[in-house]
Ligand binder design. Structure first.
Ligand code: ADP
Length: 300
């Protein structure tokens, strides 16, 4: 059987701002009912990609289809069927939680008789039912983020876009949001999420698209990407800078792939090392290894 048409399809998409090419011939597919994570460092073009999907930015080249609608021509129809969680909190702080949702229920033209149930459902998903009467400026940062997500879900969209959903939040709140996004996923929504947190992509995405300089440099399931690019094991060697340089030279001589992590050098594909391997700590390879290898970024 042929695949059902994907929720999102980008082909050869380019977006330039003056001399900067923010998105550079990007191909991207979000299969229906799956969660795709756009993982890349700051400036990789993730937000620009999301903004093109909502027609807030218009591509200079390429083709964009969202839920069967061609953008930018049919962006209104596409917008009506998707939920968008922006990176910046643009809630109306003078309104209550419930009033914020009500405004969106009008915007999405939810019939009057269905509004109350729609708002209750969104409040439930985001675990905000007992805060419905609170003004937004009385909420914690984590609650405001949850409300942003609830607001995007009020019309039960088939597709949800999340731009850096947990940026700047503490680890506990991040876990709460992950549970919420995971629930959306298991309920069958198609999701495209941008993130620069490796763990977030690894935990939530069925498919990770690693982006660097506006291009997709790797696409696959997190575990497949690790196996393909970083192998099974990594060997971490700690020591003073002179020792680390020495290890890097030895590795280079043997053609072993390495990455730096401040105080250590990590040799990838350590399962293939022979007797010349230096002393170090072995660990399982992970998506961070892939990220550093492909984007050249260092993780603090
Ligand atoms: P990310 O979301 O991955 O951090 P962005 O999409 O925000 O990346 O940015 C990609 C590149 O495009 C960056 O170099 C950024 O400075 C540039 N850029 C993004 N938006 C604009 C804009 N409105 N005007 C000029 N340059 C922009």
């Amino acid at each position: 059987m042929p695949d059902p048409s994907p929720a999102i399809r980008l082909r050869g998409v380019v977006k330039r701002y003056g001399d900067v090419t923010a998105v550079d011939h990007l191909d991207l597919t979000v299969p229906d009912g799956t969660c795709v994570g756009l993982l890349g460092p700051n400036g990789a073009g993730k937000s620009t990609t999301i903004r093109m999907l909502t027609a807030q930015a218009i591509a200079d080249e390429g083709e964009i289809e969202v839920l069967g609608h061609t953008l930018p021509e049919d962006s209104k129809a596409a917008r009506a069927e998707m939920g968008v969680v922006p990176q910046l909190d643009n809630l109306d702080v003078t309104l209550t939680v419930e009033q914020n949702l009500l405004v969106f229920s009008y915007l999405y033209r939810i019939p009057r008789t269905e509004r109350r149930a729609a708002i209750d459902r969104a409040l439930d998903v985001a675990n905000l039912r007992d805060r419905r009467g609170s003004r937004v400026d009385e909420l914690s940062g984590g609650m405001r983020r949850r409300l942003l997500i609830a607001r995007a879900l009020v019309h039960q969209p088939r597709l949800v876009l999340l731009d850096e959903p947990t940026v700047g939040l503490d680890p506990q709140v991040r876990q709460e949001l992950w549970a919420l996004i995971d629930r959306l996923r298991t309920e069958g929504a198609s999701i495209l999420m941008s993130t620069h947190y490796i763990e977030e992509a690894e935990r939530l995405a069925d498919t990770v698209v690693v982006v660097a300089n506006g291009q997709a440099v790797a696409v696959g399931r997190p575990s497949d990407l690790v196996a393909e690019h970083a192998g099974a094991e990594a060997l971490e060697v700690y020591g003073p800078p002179a020792r680390l340089r020495e290890v890097e030279e030895v590795a280079q001589g043997h053609g072993w792939p390495t990455r730096r992590t401040g105080t250590s050098v990590t040799i990838l594909r350590a399962e293939d090392l022979d007797g010349d391997a230096p002393e170090g700590e072995r660990r399982v390879a992970n998506l961070e290894d892939v990220f550093v290898l492909l984007t050249g970024e260092e993780i603090a």
